[in-house]
Design a protein around this ligand. Structure first.
Ligand code: CP3
Length: 349
């Protein structure tokens, strides 16, 4: 049984169901290109992957936003695509093109994937977790993460980013058994990966299902809820006290069903979710996280402040963690994040 639960940390208290005023906050992609200190370090590291596998530099990048803005949680600096790489796939990030993965086409390709070297390959990530956990201010929690199987599988099957997910959807539809084998391997690797992050110091984990919105009807249950539930069950067996945040982006009001079917402790809502609906429907069941539009953070000023206050008014009277609806956009002025933090800290119901 693994437990680092430190109930003095506001972020963990909120995930445990407490209502805190003001609520704790962090931002998806809070470490990244909008920060000049990130761009400087990224330039010295070489490639994005060199940065991910350099524990000293990755720990530094994880801590950069905490130093500037004193968020309540740090998120491990890594990427969801390290798992397919650890399973044996070729991965690269070409500037301007996003990720490229050697694409899976047949059952034989799936059969070649192997979890044998998983922890050895991901060892540097665990070293990063250890370093961050030793250096974090005492009230700040460390979030580990992984991609959800569906989202990770889309990159493995499409060979990179995609808009339509044509190949992945065709595989899932025409050969659900074969596609299920791919999903099962990702479930197994992801569960082991998240447990190991906790062993090294992560205090909560987030499962990013960024492309869940591409699934509808029964496919959402088959490829999003089911695999996520399998990870939640496996993870809880090893880490019963470590909270899990799910982020099934783009599934609208089926978020309510997602919460019930997966058993997550908290759900991160995207910009498309009405905060009044989330307060009435989701908050009685679990902690809610979200959902400022990253475009408003980019814009800053009065429009952003008004939107932040509206979110707090809707969700701040229940268990809540303030966040964005998706990641910080690279051109965002860091001053806007400072104004967001100030607005949040001054809010009272
Ligand atoms: O600050 C943090 O949130 C922690 C680190 C983090 C990164 N990626 C760093 C990163 C996290 C949690 C992720 C998750 C991730 N990675 C997701 C799920 C969340 C989401 O955004 O929907 C996805 C889909 C990926 C895959 C990925 N990584 C893509 C498609 C890209 C290219 C697009 C882009 O933004 O450049 C990445 C690269 C990436 N991951 C960067 C960072 C900081 C930019 C790389 C650089 O510095 O050039």
């Amino acid at each position: 049984m693994i437990s680092h639960t430190n109930n003095a940390k506001p972020f963990l208290r909120a995930l445990g169901g407490e209502t805190l005023v003001p609520p704790p906050f962090w931002l998806m992609r809070q470490a990244g290109r909008y920060l000049p200190e990130y761009r400087e370090l990224r330039g010295r590291a070489g490639s994005f992957l060199d940065l991910c596998y350099n524990p000293e530099m990755a720990a530094e990048v994880t801590l950069q936003p905490i130093r500037r803005f004193a968020m309540d949680a740090a998120i491990l600096f890594a990427d969801i695509l390290l798992v397919p790489q650890a399973l044996g796939m070729e991965l690269s990030f070409d500037t301007g093109h996003g990720p490229r993965l050697g694409r899976l086409e047949t059952a034989a390709d799936v059969a070649k994937l192997s979890t044998a070297d998983l922890h050895e390959h991901l060892g540097p990530v665990y070293r990063t977790v250890e370093r961050v956990s030793a250096e974090l201010p005492p009230a700040v929690a460390l979030i580990g993460f992984a991609g959800a199987p569906w989202t990770v599988a889309t990159y493995m099957v499409e060979g990179g980013s995609s808009r339509e997910f044509t190949r992945t959807k065709a595989w899932a539809r025409d050969d659900p058994g074969g596609f299920g084998q791919l999903i099962d391997i990702v479930v197994e690797a992801t569960t082991a990966y998240l447990i190991e992050q906790v062993r090294h110091g992560a205090e909560a984990v987030q499962i990013f299902d960024s492309w869940a919105g591409a699934l509808d009807g029964e496919d959402l249950a088959a490829w999003c809820y089911g695999p996520t539930r399998a990870i939640v069950d496996g993870f809880r067996e090893a880490c019963p006290d470590v909270p899990i945040i799910g982020f099934p982006r783009g599934i609208g009001e089926r978020m309510a069903e997602y919460v019930v079917e997966t058993g997550v402790n908290a759900v991160s809502i995207d910009t498309g979710i009405d905060t009044g609906w989330a307060a009435a429907t989701l908050q009685p069941r679990c902690t809610v996280q979200g959902n400022l539009d990253p475009e408003l953070l980019l814009a800053g000023g009065g429009a952003m402040v008004d939107a932040v206050v509206a979110i707090l008014e809707a969700l701040g009277r229940g268990p809540f963690v303030f966040n964005l609806g998706h990641g910080v956009l690279p051109p965002t002025p860091p001053e806007n994040v400072a104004l967001l933090a100030k607005t949040l800290r001054a809010w009272r119901p």
